[in-house]
Design a protein around this ligand. Sequence first.
Ligand SMILES: NC(=O)c1ccc[n+]([C@@H]2O[C@H](COP(=O)([O-])OP(=O)(O)OC[C@H]3O[C@@H](n4cnc5c(N)ncnc54)[C@H](O)[C@@H]3O)[C@@H](O)[C@H]2O)c1
Length: 694
Amino acid sequence: MTKITDVVDLEKQGEIAILMINNPPVNALSVGVRKGMADGVKAAMEDDSVKALVIACAGRTFIAGADITEFGKPPQGPGLEVPFGLIENGPKPVIAAIHGTALGGGLETALVCHFRVAVPSARFGLPEVLLGLLPGAGGTQRLPLVVGVEKAIQMIATGNQISAQEALKEGLIDEILEGDLVTGAVAFAKKVLAEKRPLRKIRDRREKVEAVKGKPEVFAEARKAFAKSRRGFEAPQACIDAVEAAVNFPLEEGLKKERELFAKLMMGSQSAAQRYAFFAEREVAKIPDVPADTPQIPINKVGIVGAGTMGGGIAMNCANVGIPVIIMEVNQQLLDKGLGICRKNYENTAAKGRITKEDVEKRMALIKGTLSLEDFSDVDMVIEAVYENMDLKKEVFGKLDKICKPGAVLASNTSALNINEIASATQRPDFVIGLHFFSPANVMRLLEVVRGEKTSKSVIATSMAFGKRIQKIAVLVGVCRGFVGNRMLAERSREANKLLLESGSPQQIDKVIFDFGFPMGPFTMSDMAGLDIGWNKATSKGATLRDRLCEAGRLGQKTNAGFYDYQPGNRTPIPSPLVEKMIKDFAAENRIPQRTISDEEILERSLYPMINEGTKILEEGIAIRPSDIDVIWIYGYGWPIYRGGPMFYADLVEVKKIYDKLVEFQKKEGEVWKPAALLEKLAKEGKGFKDFRR
Ligand SMILES: NC(=O)c1ccc[n+]([C@@H]2O[C@H](COP(=O)([O-])OP(=O)(O)OC[C@H]3O[C@@H](n4cnc5c(N)ncnc54)[C@H](O)[C@@H]3O)[C@@H](O)[C@H]2O)c1
């Protein structure tokens, strides 16, 4: 065996050479791998005793992509084109032997080989689009030639992976091998030699794309579909451009086009935002004063109080990963209703083919109902999801404290209430924590883990690990009204309501927010959630526009009328002349002059107060890092990932510009616009949130 570099070896089994890559954890294409591949392939090609070469990887996977820590840094060592050229244009057959996942540059490596074999569990994909990029080492040019245009666009522009079975069917691999992969790949190489099979260069295989050559309508159609399913994202569109080039141009020209498109995406703000978000999502697990080795409480059974909207969803999260749950309600009817919704949700998922009918039964069997809190004596963690009412929550926690075993974690799903006050109802405030799920709880990825004054480090570590186990992105935050997400949202809502009275147009405000990339604007969102959340019919005196809408029976989508009108059974908002008049009257009564407001002003007044509040949240230590705030907004509120989250966006706009605007609005509108001290400091120093350190 010859060591080529620290991470690449070359060995020989008779006439067959094996280039073995060993770059844990995922055999990323770092400089040592690229150099090792270039030198190793060259050595094998020059060695007359070698007749064929197998490329394989040690550890848990084939090459799973580029080394993204090298992104944005000056290139080192050979680029991929060097080993790729040696492989594809070399005189000897090269076989990629694939296990685990061949992703990104890994799949591109396999595509320059003449043959590909894989184990049955192998998976294949080009996920670059998920980082706002496209496969930049020939993936967009070679994949269409081997699987056809439709499949290639599907894979490249979504980043979705395919299985070995599908890869075989599509012609992406030549054989699925049972047993030891390298042994099988060597045997396959011998077979290729014995049968004198010609070298099958993908670059020369154009039969699958001939039919769409010179047919721009095929690509126009794809662009339209992706403009809808990936609204606002630039990279999927560029992926389609690249595939079109693969069809219409010879390889060298297509590769040039791919490089140009890649460079443009790499320089753009969307990819920067998506790469930032990728790291931000991983950073949230790091808590400065709670080291990774902090002892955790084993969670083998969870109790949930309240089987309403949130309780049911939370129970499903646990059952999905095999954690037994007991869920308590105040009466049988509500309990049955809650459990029935869980079952219905599972059955819908099964109907879409995402889980089996057996999975539905298995998961439902893990969720037991009860009418008595006494049944919670053996649970390791309770998640309370009763109405948002402090007295009720304190009563429940007081009872839980007496019933639950010592060492059990007592968590509340409150959206805004003070965790310290809830904890004060128990004799174990160190075991009390907030676990703030987002609605629908079985779908939304975010979990705000709210640390109380007395919450122990072990309970924090346990809760963060629990969040990960139930497949959430858990972000640690501190206690304040609304925590991070809802506290910032309140700023946007306040300003949206003012803008509404000044502009008279919910549709203009909603459109600006929708076009920015959110799933919907604030008024469509209110209509969906219901305008009567927190509204009290008995005490309502028409003091706000919302009061008046509710008093008029306009409670949102559920009554087919809210800020907008709705056709029964249809959720498309229709502008309402009646609401327009109500806004006009309300503004007149309150002496609020109406005027035409620019989209730019709407955007600034919607987002800058949020950024200012986010800065205060950082100052107060409620969030650990600016990027934690961004993760919360991306995964809890639909902030477009290609804009990186509010704090990343602030840097993009420039903190100084935001500061100046806040000062301008402060002069006109008063103290709610006062810039946070930290924002002022950063602006005056010409810095951004990327420079923020505690
Ligand atoms: N709905 C959301 O979007 C959302 C999002 C995040 C957090 N939350 C929070 O989650 C909590 C629950 O909200 P929800 O939307 O699920 O409310 P919900 O009204 O749908 O459900 C609450 C359930 O708790 C039950 N309940 C009341 N008192 C009880 C008691 N003493 N013992 C057992 N069950 C009791 C009720 O019967 C009801 O079924 C609230 O604190 C809320 O602020 C809600």
